[in-house]
Design a protein around this ligand. Structure first.
Ligand SMILES: NC(=O)C1=CN([C@@H]2O[C@H](COP(=O)(O)OP(=O)(O)OC[C@H]3O[C@@H](n4cnc5c(N)ncnc54)[C@H](O)[C@@H]3O)[C@@H](O)[C@H]2O)C=CC1
Ligand SMILES: O=C([O-])CC(=O)C(=O)O
Length: 332
């Protein structure tokens, strides 16, 4: 029996993501938590004829505790989205506190759950989550994931457009690094099956993958950022974790992880100048991350340059998250 919780479930991502989880046959209980509107969202979803029993919780009456108790997987899209002209880092001041409070709940009430962080800036919110879990002595790096699947989804979609592949799902592209602008590095040279991208299109394609989020923020014109594509991507990653949990083998998905705590992570760590967090394709198993793969060694010369830029940017983002918790750890 699997209990899943969505924290931030009434939001732009939270609602469609909860809908997808409600349709998932691997989920038996679905708890929706938000500071607003979850009773309504849960009532609505509960009419769908699938087995997952769906309930909604608000902060009153120990709602977070009730949502989290007994949870096997917690997906977190709680927090503010960007408006045009903002960077993801500018969400830090609001979202750092939201994520650390929610993870404190995870540490208390479902410390063994898989935790999937969607809230931005992912490059900092994942280190925040890890530090909070460490402070509560319940950190298991194999179960904490920064969700970078939207970058992976965009890489397939945009590359398929250029090479004339009608079904983007057929293209697997390792996207590594972090989740913002030039910290996102698609390793197009390792696309499987191999594709031939015209030389003059590569830089534009890389840029579109790196800044795909801005494309949506601009198009939504003040009404938020990617929600539906993110729900798709977030569900894809959650489903991969649940399939691996149920014993399915051979599942590999890129995700932003704490390298020192995951088998294979030390190899990657050496290659990224000692950064402790980095997204790489990770093999998943019943306990979470089983092995971090290392596609960096086979990167092309041009990709190595992109990696240098990503590493420099990530350093500050990660330190900011770690310092936020260390400065406030007395309050946890
Ligand atoms: N990792 C990724 O690839 C992506 C991440 N995002 C990020 O996901 C987050 C959510 O985006 P949207 O759903 O579009 O925003 P939204 O504003 O539509 O929804 C956020 C929800 O979080 C709730 N919330 C706020 N504080 C909370 C708390 N303390 N506890 C529980 N819930 C709380 C709000 O009430 C709201 O319902 C943003 O930070 C956004 O930047 C968005 C797209 C892609
Ligand atoms: O761009 C944003 O702020 C939301 C996001 O992370 C994405 O769409 O990749």
């Amino acid at each position: 029996m699997v209990k899943a919780a969505v924290l931030g479930a009434a939001g732009g991502i939270g609602q469609p993501l909860s809908l997808l989880l409600k349709t998932c046959s691997l989920v038996h209980e679905l708890a929706l938590y938000d500071v607003v509107n979850t009773p309504g969202v849960a009532a609505d979803l509960s009419h769908i004829a699938t087995p997952a029993v769906t309930t909604g919780y608000l902060p009153a009456d120990d709602g977070l505790q009730k949502a989290l108790e007994g949870c096997d997987i917690v997906v977190i899209p709680a927090g503010l989205p960007r408006k045009p002209g903002m960077t993801r880092d500018e969400l830090f001041n609001k979202n750092a506190g939201i994520v650390s409070a929610l993870i404190t709940g995870v540490a208390k009430w479902c410390p063994k759950a898989y935790v999937l962080i969607i809230s931005n800036p992912v490059n900092s919110t994942v280190p925040i989550a890890a530090e909070v879990l460490k402070a509560h002595k319940v950190f298991d790096a194999r179960k904490l994931f920064g969700v970078t699947s939207l970058d992976v989804v965009r890489a397939s979609t945009f590359t398929a457009e250029i090479v004339g592949e009608k079904d983007p799902r057929k293209l697997t592209i390792p996207v590594v690094g972090g989740h913002s602008g030039d910290t996102i590095v698609p390793l197009l040279s390792q696309t499987t099956p191999p594709v031939s991208i015209p030389e003059d299109k590569v830089a534009g394609l890389v840029n579109r993958i790196q800044f795909g989020g801005d494309e949506v923020v601009k198009a939504k014109d003040g009404a938020g950022s990617a929600t539906l594509s993110m729900a798709f991507a977030g569900y894809r990653f959650a489903e991969a974790v649940l399939k691996a949990h149920s014993g399915e083998t051979g599942i590999v998905e890129p995700t932003f992880i704490y390298l020192p705590g995951v088998p294979g992570g030390a190899e990657v760590l050496k290659q990224v100048g000692g950064l402790e967090y980095f997204a790489v394709p990770v093999e998943l198993g019943p306990g979470g991350a089983v092995k971090a793969t290392n596609p960096l060694i086979a990167a092309s010369e041009a990709e190595k340059k992109l990696l240098e830029v990503a590493i420099a940017g990530l350093k500050g983002n990660i330190a900011k998250g770690v310092e936020f918790v260390q400065a406030s750890s007395a309050k946890l």
